[in-house]
Design a protein around this ligand. Structure first.
Ligand code: PRX
Length: 632
């Protein structure tokens, strides 16, 4: 089980082995898992297709590797510690044995409702233990889960349901988030008006909000599990059977369903968790992500539970009821590893040091960062005030598509360098390429980040559209996986991620396609055309700036501004709301009709010193108007 790297020397050795003999490297690691039938071949791959298969023809169930494999050794250990949003409500310690029983009960309930292996199930739930049970039960019976962040709007939810033709939705009545009591079931009801595939909805009672239950379609979670057995025989899954679909934004309008399969994802999420965080058996580990994102999948649920770890799940938000909530929870449970996003760090940093005063944070051994580049100021604040200068900080670079952490220090092993994701994990072969695809070797080089060899949890396809997967990731630089990120290798050979090089923004650690936001804005009846770009934002990392051409007859700018923001909130959700809307009479376009986004990005960043060549524009006069209207 324990393929844990213990020193820098170990890391260098293991890394080299993983490059020289990847198949034997990964098969050794995989051997420590429980398989119903072993594989015939470790890996077959072709990035042309793309077609990647790990542990071919092996049979397994990922939940047997979470439960049956560990129950004897630590059935009574806490698997999940759950901290509710409301400080007056009691938290829960759910042991491995209890989590197993809950998973089995719910697996039986799902089957009793007609769910079969391969069916797609949408999980649209708050951060409550039942959300974890829902994921695990799907995996246990071989249904494919697709978790949708419960902050997405009904139309975003409907798009995802339609794309994967989900048969069932698992949800709750409401969601306690900070001071808010957010309706959840009502959003599902609205979404289901635009879909036809969903047969049943199971509703977990959380807030006791008044909701509508549609007879014949909706049933309560507590009724569904009533009388179900606490035993369940796990489905036999092929190594390459789908484990889950997770939708993420790209540079084109429609979010894509990233597909992960069973065996490779299992092996890599566990291996990366254990090694990056250097988890030790009695540690309490806490990742603050939401299960609606890949970080929640790999590092709240699968990675930790496969490792027999205790994983803390928090329902609330960092600033409720006070700005010290995270630190209070760390002390309350003696958290040893703490993993969060730079946007949360910056938001808490803005509250100063006072909220930290009542807490010792002595239990912390490792602190981590994920989701966006961490700026040096936030890195130092996090390192000095939360890690007290003596906790290694793991800046983990990865993506929904990679399934697990790709480039990161290993805690306490890789020497820390602020704002550098540092070095690749064993098995990961990053390369830096120029725009023509030439590999840039040596140090002190900067370019686009690609990966040239498959790793076990690599994206297999985009659901229902394999060509899209090929076009997005495997065509820009043939023979390589293209990440969409820029990167620099410094004089020490350390990697520093520079951010996206495509039309994808990163807002508070959430990925958002510019086209997706534009499509939403264009739904407003008065909007003629729009262009969205990201701009540097102190707390969010990037903010959203929208330039919009409108039919202004009988309209006020102020009212339109408000309505445009509201339209985006309704179509995608609050996380996609533009921070700035500027009404313009035209957009800078080349003679071939392409919007020159470079200029829009510069204006949005209030950096107009060097706009570059604008002589090729069809309408150069619009640039002055845009600058004047931007209040620079
Ligand atoms: O641009 C990179 C940024 O987040 C993108 C992936 O977003 P998503 O699929 O939503 O997954 C986020 C959580 C893994 C990447 O293409 N990103 C993620 N981690 C880092 C990062 N940028 C810089 N440093 C990181 N540590």
């Amino acid at each position: 089980m324990n393929h844990k790297i213990k020193s820098l020397k170990d890391y260098i050795f293991e890394y080299q082995k993983s490059v020289d003999q990847p198949e034997s490297f990964w098969s050794k690691i995989a051997e420590s898992f429980e398989w119903q039938k072993p594989w015939d071949q470790v890996l077959s791959w072709d990035f042309e297709g793309p077609e990647v298969r790990w542990f071919e023809n092996a049979k397994l169930n990922i939940t047997e590797n979470i439960f049956e494999r560990h129950l004897n050794a630590h059935g009574d250990k806490a698997a999940i510690i759950w901290e509710p949003n409301n400080v007056n409500e009691k938290g829960l310690h759910i042991t491995y044995k209890e989590l197993f029983e809950r998973t089995c009960k719910f697996s039986n309930a799902l089957e009793a409702q007609g769910v079969k292996k391969g069916d797609r199930i949408i999980i649209y739930m708050p951060m409550i233990p039942e959300a974890a049970v829902a994921m695990l039960a799907c995996a246990r019976i071989g249904a494919v889960h697709s978790v949708v962040f419960a902050g997405f709007s009904s139309s975003a939810l409907a798009d995802r349901i339609n794309d994967c033709q989900a048969k069932m939705v698992l949800t709750s009545d409401g969601n306690f988030r900070g001071p808010k009591n957010i309706p959840v079931k009502a959003v599902v009801d609205e979404a289901l008006e635009k879909t036809t595939s969903v047969e049943k909805v199971i509703v977990c009672q959380r807030t006791s909000a008044e909701i509508q239950m549609k007879s014949g379609r909706d049933l309560w979670w507590h009724d569904a599990i009533e009388g179900q057995s606490i035993n369940h025989k796990a489905a036999t899954m092929d190594a390459e059977d789908l484990l889950f679909i997770l939708y993420t934004s790209g540079s084109t309008g429609k979010p894509k369903g990233v597909v992960h399969t069973t065996a490779g994802y299992m092996v890599f999420s566990q291996y990366s968790f254990m090694n990056v965080f250097q988890y030790e058996q009695n540690d309490i580990y806490w990742c603050t992500a939401d299960i609606g994102w890949i970080t929640g999948h790999s590092y709240i649920i699968y990675g930790p539970l496969l490792s027999g770890a205790t994983t803390l799940m928090f329902e609330g938000v960092p600033t409720y009821p006070h700005a010290g909530r995270f630190w209070e929870i760390i002390d309350k449970y003696n958290v040893n590893q703490f993993y969060t996003a730079p946007t949360a760090i910056r938001a808490l940093q803005a509250h100063g040091l006072e909220p930290l005063e009542p807490y010792s944070l002595d239990s912390l051994k490792v602190i981590g960062s994920v989701g966006e580049p961490i700026n040096e100021e936030a890195w130092h604040w996090y390192h000095d005030h939360i890690g007290k200068g003596n906790c290694p900080l793991v800046d983990t670079w990865w993506q929904t598509e990679t399934g697990g952490i790709m480039i990161s220090p290993l805690a306490g092993i890789t020497p820390n360098k602020p704002a550098h994701a540092s070095l690749p994990l064993p098995g990961i072969q990053p390369v830096i390429v120029d725009t023509e695809g030439n590999e840039l070797v040596g140090n002190n080089v900067e370019g686009n980040l690609c990966i040239k060899f498959p790793w076990p949890s690599i994206i297999r396809t985009t659901y229902g559209d394999h060509k899209r997967c090929k076009d997005t990731y495997f065509s820009t630089y043939p023979g390589m996986y293209f990440t969409g990120d820029g990167v620099k290798r410094d004089h020490d050979g350390y990697l520093r991620i520079l951010g996206r090089v495509d039309d994808v923004m990163n807002v508070s650690g959430h990925r958002m396609g510019t086209a997706e936001v534009e499509n939403a804005i264009n739904e407003h009846p008065k909007v003629i055309e729009s262009a969205v770009v990201g701009f540097p934002h102190e707390i969010k990392g990037q903010g959203i700036y929208a330039y919009v051409i409108c039919d202004m007859v009988g309209e006020s700018e102020e009212k339109l501004n408000r309505e445009i923001i509201d339209t985006v909130r309704k179509i995608i959700g609050p996380i996609a709301k533009p921070d700035q809307v500027q009404i313009v009479s035209g957009l800078p376009k080349t003679r071939s009709g392409k919007i020159m986004r470079r200029i829009l990005r510069k204006v949005a960043s209030k950096d107009i010193s060097n706009l570059g060549d604008i002589s090729t524009l069809l309408n150069p006069e619009v640039v002055d108007e845009i600058i004047n209207g931007a209040n620079i």
